[in-house]
Design a protein around this ligand. Structure first.
Ligand code: C2O
Ligand code: CU
Length: 573
């Protein structure tokens, strides 16, 4: 196995070397606008390496998908025709639409069939995207080429003097890494994603006018995060997060995006005509535990083949930018303020939910690998037939994400945009202030966000939440939720078989369970394990918590099959 991987690594190196000196002009995906859209999902072939054709998928073409240009407030209809020989789905990532129009795993489009969602565009101006979402099928279909950008415009954006000529000073950049096998075919279950594409172009080059240019960055990769920056160290300005324009532009020299995340940045190329600079990923500076950094996992908990991918922890080029002459009427300034941001407030929360990321055993005797998975959320793996959470329509909720694993997971929720209120125990940085639909949860760390479930209720069709690392999502690190009009939310009935008393507790937390407990761990809200014990069998326990600091904790109790149930309690004086 190891030897084969080495052979792969050498071959990949040779392949890269072959095309390194030749730059390809960056493809700008065609744009389509209006209120009715025909999207034909099809297979075809692309030539990435001279002399070899590679089967790929595309929408209205052989690779990737056209950029959809939408206007807020428009009623649009789409016809998605599946011309593949396998089922697919099409999800509008980041858009606030009814669950039956969302294109999740339940809106399957059979081969040769069409799916016709329609909705009002309710999101604010920003950069969104669309991609397939079939259960267990997201990674293969996205990796083979099914992904496209969605650009929404609105009047607030129009009143700002932002670069907005598509392909000239307003540039979509869909950044994706792919793995190729020895026959130069797109490979799915390998960590050797050594080929970096932008808009489906390898070693791309773009000629930018010498003025303020807007790049719409979308990390459409399966697993890899990028720490964007420029080779000349120049400052750029983040003007939008996942859910659209921010309140103010944030001056940066680095911006990290994990899979699924978007940011719009303004770059000032004035006076640089004739210069060449590179948009790069400074992965050497990326904190460990993030897929793409030098180190993920520790000791026996590692990812097979990870260390052989020379991009991990290395700085590498993404896009060569050659600065050409300015256009007529160039944008020359960076606006100081953009659109008002009114985040949801802590005092409006109706309910708090906890989502614990942990390993799952695939087989009874498997040793769970805390870097490689398979991972579950609240110890569940995704199932098409079950509903994990039920949310009340118009509820404002706080979701607390607790990552017990050794790898960072980008958590994504459908239907809504949220505001991060706490990450790693502190307020979010300026780059994560604004509307988000993906947030990276670092290893053994936690994130809290607030959101509101408005407009759409449906008592049978769920929305999804999941890790946007596509291997993890396909492996089951996903759950479903209903938004309903009902007044009572339903939780797992198995959760109610265990009771904690009192809560809050001061010195002793009493636990009673209808079935025996075989072990417990207590984790703080930063994901650190503060107490644990296994190797007993009891239906009642008295946990001594006198030495814990005041605050919220999660106690996880395992049954005989080592299946864990998670509960929160607070320790108070
Ligand atoms: Cu971009 Cu549920 O996905
Ligand atoms: Cu994950």
């Amino acid at each position: 196995m190891k030897d084969l991987k080495t052979v792969y690594a050498v071959l990949f190196g040779v392949l890269l070397a072959c095309h390194c000196y030749g730059q390809n002009s960056l493809t700008i995906p065609p744009q389509i606008s209006g209120t009715s859209f025909q999207l034909n999902v099809q297979s075809g072939t692309s030539v990435f390496y001279t002399g070899t054709t590679t089967p790929t998928y595309g929408v209205n073409g052989v690779l990737l998908a056209p950029t959809l240009i939408l206007n807020k407030g428009d009623s649009i209809s789409l016809a998605v025709h599946n011309g593949l020989s396998i089922p697919t789905t099409m999800h509008w990532h980041g858009l606030h639409v009814a669950p039956q129009n969302d294109g999740g795993p339940h809106q399957i489009i059979a081969p040769n069939a069409s799916w016709n969602p329609s909705f009002v565009v309710r999101n604010q101006a920003g950069t969104y995207w669309y991609h397939p979402h079939g259960a267990g099928q997201t990674d293969p279909q996205v990796s083979k080429g099914l992904a496209g950008m969605i650009i929404i415009h609105d009047s607030a954006e129009a009143s700002l003097n932002l670069p907005s000529t598509y392909g000239v000073d307003d540039i979509p950049l869909i950044v994706q890494s792919k793995a190729f096998d020895v026959l130069q075919q797109i490979a799915i279950s390998t960590e050797m994603d050594t080929a970096i594409f932008v808009n489906g172009t390898l070693t791309p080059e773009f000629s930018a006018p010498a003025q303020v240019v807007r790049f719409r960055l979308l990390n459409g990769s399966s697993m890899r995060s990028y720490n964007f920056g420029f080779s000349n160290g120049q400052t750029f300005y983040q003007i939008a997060t996942d859910g659209g324009l921010k309140d103010t532009a944030v001056a940066l020299t680095r911006l990290m995006l994990s899979p699924g995340e978007r940011s719009e940045i303004l770059v000032n190329f004035q006076g640089m005509s004739g210069q060449t600079i590179d948009l790069m990923s400074f992965a050497s500076e990326m904190p460990q535990g993030i897929f793409g950094s030098l180190i993920v996992g520790m000791q026996d908990d590692t990812i097979d083949g990870y260390n052989q991918n020379f991009l991990n922890g290395a700085d590498f080029n993404i896009l060569k930018v050659t600065v050409a002459n300015a256009t007529v009427n160039p944008v020359t300034t960076i606006p100081a303020s953009l659109v008002p941001f009114n985040p949801y407030q802590e005092d409006s929360i109706n309910m708090t939910r906890y989502f614990v990321f942990d390993t799952l055993r695939s087989l009874p005797l498997d040793r769970p690998n805390r870097a490689d998975g398979p991972f579950g959320i609240n110890n569940r793996s995704f199932s098409m037939d079950s509903i994990n959470e039920v949310v009340n329509l118009n509820a404002t909720e706080e979701w607390v994400l607790v990552n017990k694993t050794l790898v960072a997971h980008p958590f994504h929720i459908h239907d809504v945009q949220f505001n991060v209120v706490e990450k790693g125990g502190v307020s979010p940085t300026a780059t994560e202030t604004g509307w988000k639909d993906v947030v990276l949860v670092m290893p053994q760390d936690s994130v809290k966000f607030i959101t509101r479930f408005e407009t759409f209720a449906n008592s049978t069709v769920p929305y999804m939440y999941h890790c946007h690392l596509l291997h993890h999502e396909d492996d089951g690190m996903m759950g479903s939720f209903l938004v309903t009009q009902a007044t009572v939310g339903i939780r797992d009935e198995e959760m109610n078989q265990i009771r904690l008393f009192p809560n809050p507790a001061q010195n002793v937390l009493e636990v009673t369970s209808s079935s025996p407990i075989y072990g417990f761990t207590i984790t703080d809200m930063a994901g650190r394990i503060v107490a644990s014990e296994t190797g007993f069998q009891r239906k009642t326990m008295q946990l001594d918590i006198s030495s814990l600091q005041d605050g919220l904790y999660i106690v996880s109790m395992t049954d005989e099959k080592e299946k864990a149930s998670h509960f929160r309690f607070s320790k108070a004086q």
